[in-house]
Design a binder for this molecule. Structure first.
Ligand code: ARG
Ligand code: ZN
Length: 876
């Protein structure tokens, strides 16, 4: 059943041109496809052509214009074989039908919310028509769409519109041509009643690009930010990577039913509307930031993904890891670099580390899969981006750019591999990446142990480093990796000491980056005249777990002084985590938890430091999440103790610092017209973090403050923050506020998702029954992935306390939904099942419940490949 990288071979035939004629109606889309086929000279002598096709009703087959009898071809549930094809090039025409209205899996061609739309990555094209549906087959597409004009006034496909016109019976057509050869997964088609917002961009070489965002009519006033982000992304890619846009038109379509965030189809990106639509009163600052990042991500794919695509799906990180790295850099340039790094590492630790440390661990370039859709993971995307970032750190900005330039020239117009990428970067920069390559095929999060000693007699600082990578499924033994580690040494006053490494240990980038390449290595620094405090892994230069011989005193010192903002935040997290894990243990043993006055003292200084950006301050004072603490504990996890200890510590900090929080709350108002920019957003973030702390005391005046903010807010960020406080507190204002919010926004599907998610993440008892009730709400539907993620997904992945209730009700509920969803949309079902991936870290009673739940799922007949793979692998 599994497909393996080692079995890759080139296709027997190439397809150079695809001509599609699509006649759309809700229940039947008839597709006439003409393929220009040519035998692959390196695999000669093949006389039958096998095409992929799924769920299609085949009507006709023609070869070189001649209709074939049924004895010349064979159909089965995964495709079509044409027998006795000519030895040279030929054209093959198929006529087939599919049913967009019945397509609830949202892959292939589907009709949702009155809009026809497609999703072809990874293997959806075969649900539209017969094709060699694999990314190394690249063709030029011409697409003609015909539909009833009243049903679908707008008809879109990739590339340029070359013809359009009116037909009889109220029908019309449009024909699109994309001159760039592309794999089938980048094909897209959209048809429906859509409003359009237009703008323009002139590229560096003078190309006038027509920019269009298509949305449901009525949403045109929510597109301005996405359009602005698009133009900034286009300019940034020219400036930073030398990449220009290559067509005269670039279109984005926002749809409400979409399996993931967005899709980079050539010239016609399709988005989950959550990542396009924003108005100050409907979208939060986080929504604005996500829109900026995802619009940029999809746009950047035009070069990293589309112009250079992937040879096969094992190479997914080639486009995704690289493009995530690019969008992270874009955001860092648009906003605060320090805050962005913190956010990305937070994300990596909450999503990727658990994946890498559990039964679903896989390398950034997997070597086998059952269902490729299960491999759009945090490992491929986020760890994949970290690998590119490490290369960037090792090469330095200039050589990295040289390597990237070579990659673009060498592979433009082709389907490439990870090896191609590494070779180009290495050839372009002159830096050897042969050991580094192991990162791509070795799974698991490496653990780096650091032990530093100051040698007073020699005036030397001696840093001993070692690395181990724990075994992961199928990989019992690991080789040492090439790990770049940026370091600094702080003197008594907290300032950085000059670093003089002994021996050739400094890396090319010139910063104080050392390369750990062996299992154990010692690094020495001279002229260190007093005992320093080391700041290790600054900027998180490698996706590893670092442990050291530093204690609470050193963490406190680094939290107060480190010049590297990332490590300053890291020190705060470490310090808080030490107190909290102690308190969690104390709570379980009936001992008294610590108040953390030392920690509170530094928080006070940070809150009073006018030199720090508000968003950074907010990040500094947010305690590690419950899931992060669970991971830090690692086994026998008691979710209730974690929750109570964390809440108690929050309340204790708030009692100690109430006046400071109140002052910061008042000083960080953002009067005047709302602006989504990072600075204003940072102020709101700090202010709302302070509000959360004040409310943690349970004081009536704090609740009244939240209530007042909720009643008077003129933007969604402040409104949601206040509602969050009220909805997650057992206070009389709670139900009324939820009702008021509901009544105001019940017709806005994106805002309703926030309302669902807020209730699903409540720590209060009764949350599960509330979630069950909400499934009956008219705005909820199992068919819409955003609804599923908002209500069920947030309960399962963002509410550790309630999902893991000791009786196992949470698990059984989520499993029930997974099974129901599996019949509707296997991709979304398999995603949801990911909530069980860390099941072995919990205490025995919960583990047993989770195991039982997973076994029940596996025992079902007729599971999708998607759910089957996740369930069996999770059980191990
Ligand atoms: N390529 C898209 C992106 O990262 C995501 C596609 C996800 N596809 C899937 N089958 N899960 O921008
Ligand atoms: Zn992507």
């Amino acid at each position: 059943r599994p497909i393996a990288l080692k079995d890759y071979s080139e296709p027997d035939f190439w397809i150079d041109e695809v001509h599609l004629d699509v006649d759309l109606a809700p229940e039947t889309a008839q597709v006439r496809s003409t393929l220009a086929v040519r035998p692959n000279a390196s695999r000669p002598g093949k006389d039958s052509l096998r095409l992929d096709g799924e769920g299609l009703e085949l009507l006709e087959v023609h070869l070189n214009g001649e209709k074939l009898g049924p004895n010349r071809y064979q159909e089965d549930e995964s495709g079509l074989t044409i027998m006795e094809v000519p030895a040279g090039a030929f054209t093959l025409t198929t006529v087939s039908r599919c049913n967009p209205a019945a397509n609830t899996a949202l892959t292939g061609l589907y009709l949702a919310g009155g809009i026809f739309c497609t999703q072809c990555e990874a293997e959806g094209f075969r649900r539209i028509t017969y094709m060699l549906d694999r990314p190394d087959v690249m063709a030029v597409y011409r697409t003609r769409i015909t539909a009833e004009k009243a049903l679908a006034p707008v008809l879109l496909a990739n590339g340029n519109c070359v013809e359009s016109g009116v037909l009889e019976d109220g029908r019309h057509f449009a024909e699109w041509h994309d001159p760039y050869p592309k794999p089938s997964y980048l094909f897209a088609l959209v048809a429906g009643d859509l409003g359009c917002v237009r703008d323009a961009f002139t590229t560096a070489s003078g190309r006038e690009v027509d920019l269009r965002i298509y949305v449901e009519p009525g949403n045109e006033d929510r597109c301005a930010y996405a359009m602005d982000a698009l133009k900034r992304a286009m300019a940034w890619d020219e400036k930073v990577f030398g990449r220009e846009y290559d067509l005269d038109i670039f279109m984005i379509v926002a749809v409400s039913a979409f399996n993931m965030g967005a899709m980079e189809n050539k010239g016609l990106n399709i988005f989950n509307d959550k990542y396009i639509l924003a108005r100050p009163d409907t979208a939060t600052d986080l929504d604005f930031a996500n829109i900026e990042a995802i619009v940029a991500h999809e746009y950047f794919h035009n070069w990293t993904g589309n112009r250079i695509t992937c040879r096969d799906w094992f190479q997914l990180c080639l486009k995704e890891g690289l493009t995530v790295f690019r969008d992270q850099e874009f955001t860092a340039d648009m906003r605060s670099r320090a805050v962005k790094r913190i956010a990305d590492v937070r994300m990596l630790r909450t999503h990727q580390f658990p994946e890498d440390g559990g039964p679903l661990a896989h390398p950034v370039r997997p070597d086998a899969y059952i269902e490729i859709n299960n491999f759009y993971t945090a490992t491929v995307y986020e760890k994949g981006a970290e690998l590119v970032r490490m290369i960037y750190t090792l090469l330095g900005a200039e050589k990295f750019r040289k390597g990237m330039d070579l990659y673009f020239t060498r592979h433009d117009g082709r389907a490439a591999t990870v090896e191609d990428f590494l070779e180009a970067l290495s050839d372009g920069s002159g830096v050897d990446l042969s050991q580094f390559k192991r990162w791509y095929h070795q799974a698991g999060t490496p653990e780096v142990m650091a032990s530093g000693k100051w040698d007073g007699a020699q005036q030397e600082y001696v840093l001993q480093l070692s690395q181990v990578c724990p075994p992961t499924p199928g990989q019992p033994h690991k080789e040492p990796l090439h790990i770049p580690i940026e370091i600094g040494l702080l003197g008594e006053d907290g300032a950085d000491l000059p670093l003089s490494p002994i021996g050739g240990t400094a890396a090319a980038s010139g910063a104080h980056v050392i390369s750990l390449t062996k299992r154990e290595q010692t690094f020495r620094f001279k002229n260190v005249t007093a005992k320093p405090v080391p700041s290790l892994l600054r900027g998180f230069t490698a996706p590893v777990k670092l442990s050291s011989n530093l204690g609470e005193r050193e963490w406190a010192f680094l939290m107060a002084h480190d010049s590297d903002p990332f490590n300053r935040w890291e020190a705060a997290q470490k310090y808080a985590s030490m107190i909290l894990t102690g308190n969690i243990a104390a709570l379980s043993n009936g001992k008294i938890p610590r108040a953390g006055t030392g920690f509170a003292g530094i928080v006070r200084k940070i809150l009073n430091d006018p030199g720090l950006e508000p968003e950074f301050v907010a990040q500094m004072i947010v305690l590690p999440a419950e899931q992060t603490l669970a991971q830090a504990i690692g086994q026998d996890v008691d979710v209730e103790a974690i929750h109570s200890a964390r809440e108690a510590f929050r309340a204790s900090l708030a009692e100690q610092l109430y006046a400071e929080f109140e002052r910061a709350y008042n000083e960080n108002e953002t009067p005047g017209t709302y602006s989504p920019d990072a600075e204003a957003a940072g102020k709101r973030s700090l202010r709302n973090t302070c509000l959360g702390y004040m409310a943690a005391t349970g004081r009536a005046d704090a609740i009244a403050l939240a209530k007042n903010q909720f009643d008077t807010a003129d933007n969604m960020t402040d409104s949601m923050a206040a509602l969050g406080v009220l909805a997650h507190t057992d206070c009389p204002e709670r139900e009324e506020a939820l009702r008021a919010f509901h009544d105001r926004w019940k017709d806005d599907h994106l805002v309703m998702d926030k309302w669902f998610a807020l209730q699903a993440t409540s720590p209060l008892p009764g949350t599960l029954s509330r979630v069950r009730e909400l499934m009956a709400h008219p705005a909820f539907s199992l068919r819409n992935p955003n609804k599923v993620r908002a209500l069920i997904g947030s309960f399962a992945t963002a509410n550790q306390l309630r999902f893991h209730e000791s009786g196992g009700e949470g698990y059984r509920f989520v499993a029930e939904q997974v099974l129901a969803l599996d019949k509707i949309n296997p991709q979304v079902a398999a995603r949801l099942l990911g909530a069980f991936k860390s099941w072995r870290q919990f205490e025995p009673v919960r583990q047993a419940h989770m195991r039982e739940t997973l076994e029940r799922i596996v025992s079902q007949a007729e599971l999708s490949r998607d759910v089957y793979e996740i369930a069996t692998k999770t059980l191990g």
